[in-house]
Design a protein around this ligand. Structure first.
Ligand SMILES: C[S@@+](CC[C@H](N)C(=O)[O-])C[C@H]1O[C@@H](n2cnc3c(N)ncnc32)[C@H](O)[C@@H]1O
Length: 202
């Protein structure tokens, strides 16, 4: 297992491909992973089985899996060369297991950015495979997707929010902020109190 705790590598691109979407293709804080060695990733690995990385490793993960769900009929197809493909018989379990594995290596409060193009499957068919809902998402505007039946590219943002945080309601935050207590200190205090309560019971 690669030890990353004391390194500056806190971003994971789980499907780096040829890094076309990166402004800096050698971004120093990023580990570039792909299952195709020909893309020259830092680590050749499968996003469904990232044994190289410990739990809670990355602050930011970007996941842009192939959205072609078919075997290539033409071996010279440039689209498949650039972006790869998912197998028709395993795409659902691959995406389901991929999400679970990326969630495992994401730090608490870390962010997962997921990209999907609707060429083969609608967004609702993909999001139902994941156990967590995205916080928000956006369809990109461009030439693709302008016409009704053209595919569209979506970006989604997921965050691994700690359960404890949901106990603080908006009215708690407003009440406390009126007293001059910063909301994030209130949340930290609640977590400490909860831990202390648990310790006493043990
Ligand atoms: C849509 S492309 C990514 C393009 C990339 N974001 C870019 O900017 O160029 C999808 C990539 O996922 C890779 N891939 C497919 N299945 C994978 C898997 N199980 N594990 C890791 N990478 C995979 C493909 O090899 C392909 O390079």
């Amino acid at each position: 297992m690669v030890e990353l705790e004391n390194t500056q590598k806190f971003i994971l691109d789980a499907t780096a491909g040829y890094r076309m979407m990166w402004f800096d293709k050698q971004q120093v804080n990023t580990i570039y992973v792909d299952n195709r060695p020909e893309c020259n990733p830092d680590v050749v690995a499968d996003f469904t089985h990232l044994v190289t990385f410990a739990d809670n490793t990355f602050k930011l993960i970007v996941w842009d899996p192939p959205h072609e769900i078919r075997y290539p009929t033409d071996p010279n197809c440039s689209f498949i060369h650039d972006f790869g493909f998912l197998k028709p018989e395993t795409w659902q379990s691959d995406l389901r297991r991929g999400f679970r594995e990326l969630w495992r290596v994401l730090k608490p409060m870390g962010v997962l950015i997921f990209k999907w193009n609707t060429k083969s499957k609608k967004v609702k068919d993909i999001l139902r495979l994941f156990p967590v809902k995205p916080l928000f998402g956006q369809v990109t505007k461009g030439s693709a997707g302008r016409r009704k039946h053209e595919s569209k590219t979506y970006w989604f943002c997921f965050m691994k929010i700690l359960e404890e945080r949901s106990e603080t309601t908006m009215s708690d935050i407003i009440k406390e902020s009126k007293k001059g207590v910063k909301p994030h200190l209130l949340i930290v205090q609640q977590i400490i109190d909860k831990k202390k309560g648990g310790e006493k019971q043990n």
